[in-house]
Design a protein around this ligand. Structure first.
Ligand SMILES: C[S@@+](CC[C@H](N)C(=O)[O-])C[C@H]1O[C@@H](n2cnc3c(N)ncnc32)[C@H](O)[C@@H]1O
Length: 221
């Protein structure tokens, strides 16, 4: 209960950063951790971004093996302090109070991300995805979610400048999702209902070819 009160209090203070009125439901947590696949005999490195009060963290921590590690990166110092207390006795978890876009990332097998991307501008979104996708090991996955209908409500409430910022941010988000998502699932049992996207890095596009014809002299082959 204290967790929900803290979440709501932080939401009213920093609505745009927290980006949700309640912690994720059990169903959403299960969908977000679907690709936390066990790897017997090998340690796994997991990253959770924006853990908040730790709703998803519990699911990740439950499936960690003895040798696995979990880095948590949380911008809100009050949430980070709560997590530090909760996991003080578990050396597998490392909690960093930081903005993900300013944090030097290690490399990971699985990344679970709770960031409110719909609130970010285009540049921040690009920067964060470059960092996250770039830090995945081969075969690694990045799972994240967005609220259904969130864009429409946000656009309706925003002023002109904010609407433009939201529109360009969402365009970038859609492009990245289109390019990297291998599976999307709908979770109705959450407040509000959500879509979970599972992403994987794809190879960079081939080198662009020169568009303009070359003026070099013709050679006889
Ligand atoms: C929508 S809440 C998700 C909380 C939790 N994962 C859950 O599902 O219940 C978003 C969280 O991301 C954090 N956050 C927002 N921007 C961040 C950033 N740039 N870097 C790290 N954390 C950030 C917020 O403080 C908040 O805890």
């Amino acid at each position: 209960m204290a967790e929900i009160t803290l979440f709501l209090r932080e939401y009213t203070k920093t609505r745009r950063d927290v980006g949700a009125i309640a912690p994720s439901s059990a169903r959403l947590c299960r969908a977000l951790t679907r690709y936390m696949i066990p790897s017997p005999g090998r340690s796994r490195a997991v990253l959770e971004v924006g853990p908040g009060t730790g709703a998803v963290t519990r699911y990740i921590a439950d499936s960690l093996g003895q040798l696995d590690t979990l880095d948590l990166i949380e911008a809100n110092p009050r949430f980070a302090t709560l997590l530090q207390h909760t996991y003080a006795d578990d050396p597998r978890l490392r909690i960093h109070t930081d903005l993900i876009q300013e944090h030097k990332l290690a490399s990971y097998d699985t990344i679970v991300c709770g960031l409110p991307f719909a609130n970010f501008d285009a540049r921040t979104t690009e920067e964060i995805f470059d960092g996250l996708l770039g830090s995945l090991r081969p075969g690694g996955t990045l799972s994240l979610f967005g609220y259904m209908g969130g864009d429409t409500i946000r656009r309706a409430l925003a002023d002109q400048a904010d609407r433009e910022r939201t529109r360009t941010g969402l365009d970038v988000l859609r492009r990245i999702l289109h390019r990297h998502t291998f599976r999307t699932e709908t979770v109705l049992g959450n407040l509000p209902p959500a879509r979970v996207h599972h992403l994987t890095p794809v190879n960079p596009p081939g080198h662009a070819e020169r568009v303009h014809p070359c003026n070099c002299p013709k050679t006889s082959a």
